[in-house]
Design a binder for this molecule. Structure first.
Ligand code: EPU
Length: 414
């Protein structure tokens, strides 16, 4: 069994943050940057409510009505937002949140739209489309610190880092979407997770009504998980600080990538990016307007994380059913906490689904069994019905429940 690193973070929820050692939002006047603090230090730095000139009270909101959301998502599915605000600065984000709170409306924060599934009836609340841009870097004793505004396209950040030779995010090349979304689901690929390099996450705390800067331990990162994902209404990510290593070696932990690098004699961070892009293209995991699998949300399910007993039972079932000749043929990776990660793509194919299989206007990508795709002219309910069929059959065959990975807005799995 291959060994795969996992995060051993404790998993705070948003409310737990107030029981920690950090200052209360009213008491702190510290600068939010914290670059002088050890990164593992659990502390929350808070800036007082925005200064007077930037006060949301002076922001004129342009609230649009009945705005189609499908064109703003990579799946191109779903109905309109009842209200939508384009927020190009923090003051507009904050004022839009207050506007929604005053009317008791639910809020959907939209970034790049590459990891969201919108219901056919649309979003009966306010959608805030983030447009916060900007990227700053400075050198610190620990490495290069990059502060990136939430709406910066993630892959532009990776491209910049790779070109500069800053190690830490090269394996996260080619991931669509915005930087602000990356800590929410702790994006990961090819042996890296964004949590490995996050130095701080700047958020607007909706309940306390103030800006906060969370250091990594307060973010509760896990596999495709964080405090932001567990309590999506608590905060809006405004910016992310990354700590990268200039001249550092690339991470070559993922077998498929390490083999590709070795066979071509590649060694640098920039070459790693090119190899990752190549691997992703072959799986239709880079958005390409010519690709028939292009309308997707990447992985539709997270990989299964199960106890060893469940993994052993799976191996026994797979052998009994003649799916594999020997135990080693069931892919699985031991995690540091003793649990086992099983690729959902393998479970889906082992349950009898095929790449390229269709149910009308939706189907499974022809290049990767974990990506569900929309072929055009379909509805969210078609995709959800197919996802349920996949989840139910995997559950019946193997006793393992697959969980969806994208954010669901105005729709749920049964
Ligand atoms: N596999 C299949 N059929 C397939 C594809 C994969 O059986 O069609 C099995 C194989 O055994 C393969 C294993 O699944 O060895 C793992 O496949 P892959 O390396 O493609 O990775 P994954 O576990 O399916 C995860 C992430 C991807 C990320 C890749 C590469 C999740 C939910 N997905 O997929 O992230 O790019 O690893 O690191 O963890 C995303 O989250 O949207 C995403 C694309």
């Amino acid at each position: 069994m291959q060994k795969k690193e996992s995060l051993t973070a404790t998993r705070p929820n948003w409310a737990d943050l107030w029981t920690g050692t950090g200052p209360s939002p009213q008491s702190s006047t510290d600068s939010p940057t914290n670059s002088d603090l050890p990164l593992s230090h659990r502390e929350i730095r808070v800036r007082p409510p925005v200064n007077l000139l930037a006060s949301p009270r002076f922001v004129a909101l342009d609230v649009q009505h009945n705005v189609p959301l499908a064109p703003r998502t990579s799946l191109e599915l779903g109905g309109p937002a009842r209200y939508l605000v384009e927020a190009a600065d923090e003051a507009t984000v904050i004022e839009a949140l207050r506007w929604a709170d005053d009317r008791q409306l639910r809020v959907l924060v939209l970034g790049g739209g590459s990891n969201v599934l919108i219901g056919d009836e649309g979003w009966d609340g306010l959608a805030i489309h983030l447009g916060l841009r900007g990227l700053e870097s400075h050198t610190s004793p620990q490495g290069v610190r990059l502060r990136v505004a939430a709406a910066e396209p993630w892959d532009d950040v990776v491209a910049t880092a790779a070109a500069e030779g800053w190690a830490g995010i090269e394996c996260l090349s080619g991931i669509p979407g915005s930087t602000g979304a990356t800590p929410i689901q702790n994006v990961g690929a090819y042996g890296q997770e964004v949590a490995d390099v996050i130095a701080a996450v700047h958020v607007w705390d909706r309940r306390a009504g103030c800006r906060r800067v969370l250091l990594p331990d307060a973010c509760g990162f896990g596999y495709r998980d964080s405090v932001f994902k567990r309590d999506p209404t608590a905060a809006v990510v405004l910016a992310v600080e990354l700590l990268l290593q200039p001249g550092g070696a690339p991470t070559l932990r993922y077998g498929e990538l390490a083999r590709a690098m070795q066979s071509s004699g590649a060694t640098t961070v920039a070459q790693t990016r090119e190899h990752v892009l190549g691997l992703r293209r072959r799986k239709s995991m880079v958005i390409d307007p010519e690709d028939p699998n292009r309308r997707s949300a990447g992985s539709f399910f997270t990989n299964a994380v199960v106890d060893t007993t469940v993994a052993e039972a799976l191996v026994a079932t797979a052998m009994q059913q003649g799916l594999v000749d020997d135990a080693a043929a069931v892919p699985r990776y031991a995690l540091d906490d003793g649990q086992v990660k099983i690729p959902a793509a393998w479970l889906i194919e082992a349950a009898g689904f095929r790449k390229g299989e269709r149910r009308g206007a939706v189907g499974i990508s022809s290049r990767h069994a974990l990506a569900l795709v929309h072929h055009g002219g379909g509805r969210t309910r078609d995709l959800v019905a197919f996802a349920q069929e996949i989840r139910d059959r995997v559950q019946q065959r193997f006793g393992i429940e697959l969980r969806p990975e994208p954010v669901f807005a105005g729709v749920t799995l049964r």
